[in-house]
Design a protein around this ligand. Structure first.
Ligand SMILES: [Zn+2]
Length: 234
């Protein structure tokens, strides 16, 4: 469940990321009535098993069974909630075509929400790792080792969202960021899912990495994500 918006008096249009059909929009009838039989099953974050009836324009949801009620654990914690919202919004933007299978994006999102709900890792780090991996799956894999221009082996000191990663001293472009070497190492660990290295990192470098990732994401999505502005970083 990525997002919902109102339709008429009592209905909602629900945008879903599905395992087999990619992004799907469907109507949930009566979901805004207080006596709705849907309860919380059709709210953002929830992982559900759905049945749809084909409609003229949009399909209608006829049945929903909760598989994982991530909304409970995520909704109770402000930092998890704001980070999780950025994840949903990113998935919504990166999987823009309707009904084009996007299994890898689906699995990444479910895995990320599960990690976010469990609270075992920092919400910021779960989000950052998710953002890098979903961008990579969407074809925007950043390079944190080799120079993104000439391929020269790193480590390199400069980072440019437009160039797609780190740059060597020769290839560096005006406006390149100059993050700490440890930050670039953390970025690589977040992309690879090397949680041991992430856990050992200095909070300062984790924060700097978050800034680099936000810039990279914003560049690729052309404009910043709305929910990212509300995100408070520790
Ligand atoms: Zn280079």
């Amino acid at each position: 469940m990525l997002r919902t918006h109102k339709l008429g008096e009592a209905d909602r249009i629900i945008t879903l990321l599905t395992r087999n059909h990619g992004r799907v929009r469907a109507v949930a009838k009566g979901v805004r009535r207080t006596t709705s039989r849907w309860g919380s099953r059709l709210e953002p974050f929830t992982h559900v098993d759905l049945q749809l009836a084909e409609g003229r324009n949009l399909d209608t949801i006829t049945q929903a069974e909760t598989l994982s009620p991530f909304s409970g654990e995520i909704g109770l914690d402000y930092e998890r909630y704001t980070s999780g919202t950025v994840m949903l919004e990113t998935a919504d933007r990166l999987v823009s075509e309707e009904r084009q299978p996007a299994l890898q994006q689906f699995l990444l999102l479910v895995g990320g929400l599960r990690a976010m709900a469990s609270g075992e890792r920092g919400p910021s780090q779960v989000l950052d790792s998710y953002l890098l991996r979903s961008l990579a799956v969407a074809g925007y894999a950043p390079s944190f080792e080799h120079c993104a221009r000439c391929g020269d082996e790193g480590p390199h000191r400069w980072f440019s969202p437009a160039a797609g990663g780190v740059l060597c001293a020769t290839c560096r472009v005006p406006g390149s960021a100059n993050p700490a070497p440890q930050t670039i190492a953390v970025l690589g660990a977040l992309l690879a899912g090397d949680w041991e290295a992430v856990a050992a990192a200095d909070p300062r470098h984790l924060r700097e990495a978050s800034g680099v990732i936000a810039a990279y994401l914003a560049w690729h999505l052309e404009r910043g994500l709305r929910s990212l502005e509300h995100l408070e970083r520790r």
